[in-house]
Design a protein around this ligand. Sequence first.
Ligand code: DX5
Ligand code: ZN
Length: 215
Amino acid sequence: MIKISPSILSADFVNLERDIARVSSADMLHVDVMDGCFVPNLTIGVPVVQSIRKCTDLFLDVHLMIDKPVRYVEAFAQAGADLLSVHLEADHPTRIREALRQMDRCGVKKAVALRPITKAEAVLPYLEELDLVLVMTVEPGFGGQAFLEEQLETVSQVRALIDRYHPACRLEVDGGVNAKTAPRVVAAGADTLVAGSAVYGAADPAAAIAALRGE
Ligand code: DX5
Ligand code: ZN
């Protein structure tokens, strides 16, 4: 079953509650947290996640594009995140492990994210304990960028590793996913699709979500 996680980065932040209600047919809500260091952009922090939690029952898929994410795991978990993704490039392996341990302690689902430069095999040391792997198909930092074709290879490689070592783990793709690219990422093995501009840029977000699911 393909799950769709609309990214509120492309929503109207002044009307966030309205824009979250517009995607209520989705499976999750993707929240892009950026710190201006790990990526050259600043977006949403803990208080906003707290407010989002109060206005939706959607599963909150929180993508941490921040340096040393272990520092904020507990805060985002307490704010109401259901899943946290930490980038493998954002800290040393021992502290990525510590971040995953804290997610366990806080009772949130665990994911690692890969920038386009990172090889699929980088997930191996963590794979068996993960709920989800997030493969970026753009350079993280901004919505509305063009899909990086060469990342389809990484998606299929991560799919092969998941099938071999931990089939229950989900494979999420983020960046440039739209009605055209979605069938290709699904064919490469993705089962969870993040889409910002393709959902919020559409006249009918619910129809865009259905189209991404292949309905
Ligand atoms: C980019 C973010 C994405 C972004 C996707 O750094 O991680 O989640 O919102 O936007 P689109 O779907 O427009 O590429
Ligand atoms: Zn994201």
